[in-house]
Ligand binder design. Structure first.
Ligand code: ZN
Length: 198
């Protein structure tokens, strides 16, 4: 290895990001080294600033500058409908759909027996607490359409039905095995409109 240790260290740190392999981490590291001092400071500031200011909403567990977040405190929204998503990015994707006026709940992942991620590793307990408050009449499960998302949807449906709350799952149009985060507004809008009772 002829590479200076500080560069190697940067590559190793960047490689820990999801979806980034060694080659990409190497490319980004050399790119950062060529950036101006101002650009690098701006990047570091952006990361630190977001880390400092962003927190989890205590109601929906979305990431926000305030808790409760602006969606949860919006009195215009329909409090009887709750859309359950895996991640804050999924919430952003669904929130582009103008026809959806309900509220949200972010699970913080999906059940995955193969990765040893069980019900206690995502926010199922908090979801049940939220539903027991009694305002929600319909829970729309908008987990991903991959096997983890489907497993989670089936698991949640059983629990939610026991609370006498209607459970629906997004319908047609979403690609099988897909991530809600990457679906476009029109697709999600149709999937919500065509939701089916579980
Ligand atoms: Zn919230």
């Amino acid at each position: 290895m002829n590479r200076p240790q500080p560069i190697e260290r940067m590559i190793e740190a960047i490689k820990k990001m999801p979806g980034i392999g060694y080659k990409m981490a190497e490319r980004l590291s050399y790119h950062i080294l060529k950036m101006s001092a101002y650009e690098v400071e701006n990047l570091i500031f952006a990361i630190e600033n977001a880390r400092q200011k962003i927190k989890y909403c205590s109601v929906c567990f979305n990431m926000s500058e305030s808790s409760p977040c602006p969606i949860c405190t919006d009195s215009e929204r329909d409090k009887t409908t709750l859309c359950i998503v895996e991640t804050p990015q999924d919430l952003i994707a669904v929130s582009q759909v103008k026809d959806y006026k309900g509220l949200y709940f972010v699970l913080g992942g999906a059940l995955s027996p193969l990765d040893a991620i069980g019900p206690n590793d995502i926010r199922i307990e908090q979801l049940v607490e939220r539903l027991k408050e009694g305002e929600v009449k319909e829970a729309i499960i908008a987990t991903d359409t991959d096997s983890k998302g489907e497993t989670t949807a089936l698991y949640l449906a059983e629990i939610i039905k026991e609370l006498n709350i209607k459970v629906t799952r997004l319908g047609y149009g979403l690609p099988v095995g897909g991530d809600i985060e990457y679906a476009d507004e029109v697709t999600i809008s149709r999937a919500i409109a065509g939701r089916k009772e579980m």
